[in-house]
Design a protein around this ligand. Sequence first.
Ligand SMILES: Nc1nc2c(ncn2[C@@H]2O[C@H](COP(=O)(O)OP(=O)(O)OP(=O)(O)O)[C@@H](O)[C@H]2O)c(=O)[nH]1
Length: 818
Amino acid sequence: MGVLRAKNVGYDDEDGYGEEEEYYDEDEEETPGMSDEDREQLQTGTLKVKEGLFGSDVTVTDAQIQEALWHYYYDVGKSVAYLKNKYGTALEEKAVTTPKKQKTPSRFDQVVEAIPATPKSATGRDPSFLPLYLQESSPCTAPRLNMYIGHLVYPLADLTNYMPASPSPGFFWDTPWFGVPSHRLGEITIEPRLPRGRLLGGSSKPSKLAALAAARKKKQEDAKNATPATNVETDKAVTLLDKLTLKSRENGPQTPRGASSEETPAPRKYLRKRSPSPIQVPKRVASPPPEPAKPLITFPDLRAQPSAFAAVLCGLDSPCHESPETVNSFPLPYTALPDFKDANPFAGPSPDDILSVTIGPKPKPARRTSDGHDLTTSMEKTVIEESTKVRSKNLNVVVEFNRSGLKRMANFVVIGHVDHGKSTLMGRLLFDMNVISQRSIDKLRKEAETMGKSSFALAWVMDQTSEERSRGVTVDIATDYFETDTTQFTILDAPGHRDFIPNMIAGASQADFAVLVIDASTNSFESGLKGQTREHAMIVRSMGVLRIIVAVNKMDTVAWSQHRFEEISRQMLAFLTSASFSPKRITFVPCAGLTGENVTRKADDPNAKWYTGETLIEALDASELPKRDLEKPFRLTIGDVFRGGITTPVSISGRIDVGTVQVGDNILCMPARETATVKGIEVKDCPVDWAVAGQISTLHLVDIDPVHLRLGDVVTPISSPIKLYKSFSAKLLAFDHVIPSPVDVYRGRLQAEGTVVRLDALLNRFSGEVVKKHPRIVKPGEVARVRVRLERELPLEVGGRVVLRFRGETVGAGVVEG
Ligand SMILES: Nc1nc2c(ncn2[C@@H]2O[C@H](COP(=O)(O)OP(=O)(O)OP(=O)(O)O)[C@@H](O)[C@H]2O)c(=O)[nH]1
């Protein structure tokens, strides 16, 4: 493809326009024709020129005079001199009185003069090719093409081809493009739309260019009348330029200059027309039969013979064996059958629906095994009950609970700084309480030794995921059970790492009390106090936990130092009481989870003789538990969701906060607002008919899609749902400075983005009285009433616990007030 180039051969200093440079005025384009003043000047000038020519042998027509006048801006003297020079003799010319010295025509004038003299008839050039002289470009198209009058345009690639073998004489005889082969030369002449009337700046005198254009127009009109073929050529050229203009607008690839439509018909057709696909899908229309479309491109038939399956499917006389046009189309089998058209595959229930509702009453063809056993009968024995009909026994659960004589149930969360020994301590507890067998512990020891982490064997009782074991840290809440003579305990082992605080919050939200594990070894206690020891303790207190057992762990590393124990106890007591724990609900127990001393048995170490207090298990057993609200409407916070089998498709587990639940209850899941039916209940992996507040239970649900169930959602009775809040007031214990700012709001595992929009008041920490209204800031340790707005609704209740965090740091925690 040639590169379009334009060379300015026009304007220079010799063009005679130096004194009165004129430019096209865009506003003048619409000037309609010559003015009356122009006409008058032409007529007067004609008479004067005739007078000037009087007595000479020059014979000129009025038109020639007027052309000269137009050319010389009505200068009579110049016009007379020009006419005498052109049409008279040299001697006579000298006799003529010349008012001014005749100026040599400029290069521009020469070019302009040369242009009309090069029509095809004169030069033999092919008008469809180069070089292209832009004599008068359209005012609209010229700027876009960046070509102006006098520019010469040629394809760069073809330039060398145009070098003349023997240069022709003329103005451009020495220019390299002049010798373009005649058959490749073309010329485009564009008519000005309107004759130019006046000069820029309001002069009534037409510009010289305008005058020239008018003169050319006249000549062209004459030529048009004389030779119609020229007109045709001009039209072609104009068409070509229009096309070029369009190309330029589209920024599309440039067509080689001068390429006429006749020269490039085929490629254009291909560009515009797309061949239809040779593969015609047979239409399923009865009449009239569509005429098979002929493929424009013929592909060789490379098909293999149809497989036996295809032959059976399509039939041996199928069109796919016959017509190359239908090479890739196969009719659907049985579509020709009359039943096919009327059949509605979605009219009845889907096979899945039928299966899930019931299997049994429908007569089925008997299918037997090789030994004659009836498979249908055996399937019917495993009857899947109608899912929506779960019968309730309509028990009075409170009465049943009181009658049952069950041990009291306690859930405690194990908290503390990372690596202070929480999981090891709980592993030891479970092992010593015979929940874990010696064999299991030996197996864990071997596995831990293989991984070079032998000291973590007990911790792996709780940390069961491969990630937790390889990293040596707890990631999520681990749940396990054990029981003493009086109490059934549920352990909620929380992660200590600061990255997993949200999981710790989820555990804390289910706990009745907390076990805070502290590493007694040198510097560990101190670093923990700055870290999650402090944060965890404040979170559990804010979550409503009243009782806390401080297990001063790893006492073996400090040789059971009484001094160390008392120092830790003193500091922690001061801190915990400052965090609103009552001293009488705080218990300190020195222990060593790794050796098991003072966990379930007294310490063997003689250095520990100074301690005569409770073991850890005794302290747990002595814990006072919060009162169970069995009479209140049922509330369960979802701690886990898992899919089961056919009989129990979806199960949820979590702690029952208040109320009771029994098999057959219809429940509502919030905030999804989805209902479900309780098909079964398990407590500590045993199926039961009912469960009560305080128990961590598993509910098997039907009539609900698991997508509606998320961790942290709240399950309630349909009759008394939990309210969804978009904003709420809370009594907040500040962990950090609190100002109106964005926060993440946690309700157990549920989390929503929000903003503290208002600080209503500072409160007395113990009495709750207003100390100061509308504080500008709440300092760490202060209690304040704040207003929080949420980005999405959260299920909350008055008295419910929330934690506010921001960028991984706990800002505060508190109780919802409404
Ligand atoms: N000497 C000694 N080491 C202990 C004791 N208890 C735990 N450890 C060690 O402390 C390390 C951490 O124990 P973990 O039980 O994983 O600590 P953790 O607090 O559960 O850790 P995270 O759950 O990840 O926060 C392990 O190497 C244990 O062997 C103890 O009583 N004495």
